[in-house]
Design a protein around this ligand. Structure first.
Ligand SMILES: [Zn+2]
Length: 72
């Protein structure tokens, strides 16, 4: 049972996130970046995805720009 569970965790860990999943946590990720938190530990898969995916990277940049805007 434990072995099966560990296998599942490993499998989940290896799985790449798709754009939809990344979009769901992208605001949290961008906030963490703006606050200077260590996202490589928190959301390594998001970081990996936006490095590979232009659509998500642009969305991420837009979010960071909004969060860093002094007008808010
Ligand atoms: Zn993407």
């Amino acid at each position: 049972m434990l072995k099966k569970l560990l296998g599942m965790v490993e499998k989940t860990h290896e799985q790449e996130m798709d754009c939809e999943e990344v979009f769901e946590v992208l605001d949290i990720y961008a906030e963490a970046i703006v606050r200077g938190e260590d996202t490589t530990k928190m959301l390594p898969k998001v970081k990996h995805h936006i490095e590979m995916c232009r659509d998500c990277f642009e969305e991420y940049e837009a979010l960071v720009r909004i969060l860093e805007s002094p007008d808010l």
